[in-house]
Design a protein around this ligand. Structure first.
Ligand code: KPL
Length: 308
């Protein structure tokens, strides 16, 4: 998602810099730019961007917008410390949320910075360190960053209306459908519900998203994990349950050929986002005195699979 955003924002004429975790990727991006491909894999264009490894990111740029498309597993302590040392006090951070906890962790490391939350249904597939395929068109929802886990709201500054509109404009001019939302809690929790069911089940059963719909047994597993997660999320700010089971089935059908991000992480021996997904649901339940045996089991199984 980071490469897709950078390519489209850069192509729209905004000064764009990509901060990478490795020096090799930064070199490649600075030399070749980002190759943007359509859903069929056909090259659309190559977009020039500036690039630097995060430890060499230029410091204190006034009015900077940082789009954080990292998974939570990438938000390591050294990276968060580095962010604190380079970001000017007025730099705004827009975090693309998968699961919950991004905003809280950034708020603890870079307190007082303006933060926004984003949720996207755009599809992006990185096909190389400087290549990205835009696999599916969706939307980007942007709004006030809600806090779910014990962080004081003093640690997050709300950007002004004008600044939010300015940020939304950048994303819109980059060609994305953007929706300003007053209820990011609902957006984030609806996505959490979907990910809490599809991600661990596909990773444990080693199936593509669509294969979850293939047998009665799998549907029963989905339904019981869905029911437990729904009742916890409804006590955590999810306003309505209407249509959510259908939405879950629809995501499985629309992404039928995808391997979920968690299945890919497990296959490739990478850290998974389990703590931000089922681990987070279990923590929300514990805070509210609710049982969460299915989410705890899923979290435990994924930890065993990935050796965490
Ligand atoms: O977000 C996803 C993920 O894999 O993390 C879904 C929606 C399940 C699509 O694969």
């Amino acid at each position: 998602m980071g490469l897709l955003l950078a390519a489209r924002i850069g192509a729209a004429g905004f000064g764009t810099s990509v901060w990478t975790r490795t020096r090799e990727q930064a070199h490649l991006l600075a030399e070749q730019g980002i190759l943007l491909k359509d859903a069929q894999g056909t090259a659309i264009r190559r977009v020039s961007v500036q690039a630097a490894p995060i430890e060499e990111a230029p410091a204190n740029i006034d009015g900077l917008i940082v789009f954080n498309a990292l998974k939570q597993t990438g938000l390591t302590e050294p990276l968060l410390r580095q962010l604190d040392s380079v970001l000017a006090k007025n730099a705004a951070i827009v975090s693309f949320c998968n699961g919950i906890g991004h905003i809280e962790r950034i708020a603890a490391a870079v307190p007082g910075r303006p933060q926004l939350a984003a949720v996207t249904t755009e599809g992006a597939l990185r096909t190389g360190p400087a290549e990205v395929m835009h696999t599916g068109t969706g939307g980007i929802w942007l709004g006030r960053a809600p806090l779910f886990e014990g962080t004081s709201s003093d640690y997050v500054q709300m950007p002004t209306e004008d600044r939010i509109k300015g940020m939304a404009n950048v994303v819109r001019e980059a060609g994305f459908s953007i929706f300003l939302s007053n209820n990011m809690t609902e957006r984030i929790l609806r996505k959490l519900l979907v990910n809490s069911v599809i991600n661990p089940l596909t990773a444990v059963l080693r199936v593509r998203n669509g294969e979850l719909l293939a047998t009665e047994d799998r549907l029963r597993l989905m339904r019981s994990l869905f029911e437990e997660t729904l009742s916890i999320l409804q006590r955590s700010g999810l306003p309505s349950s209407e249509g959510l089971w259908e939405e879950l089935l629809d995501v499985c059908a629309r992404t039928a050929r995808n391997e979920s991000s968690m299945l890919q992480d497990v296959r490739n021996g990478r850290a998974t986002e389990i703590e931000a997904i089922n681990g987070a649901v279990a923590r929300l339940a514990a805070d509210r005195g609710l049982p969460a045996p299915r989410n705890e089991t899923m979290a435990g199984l994924i930890r065993s699979l990935s050796g965490e």
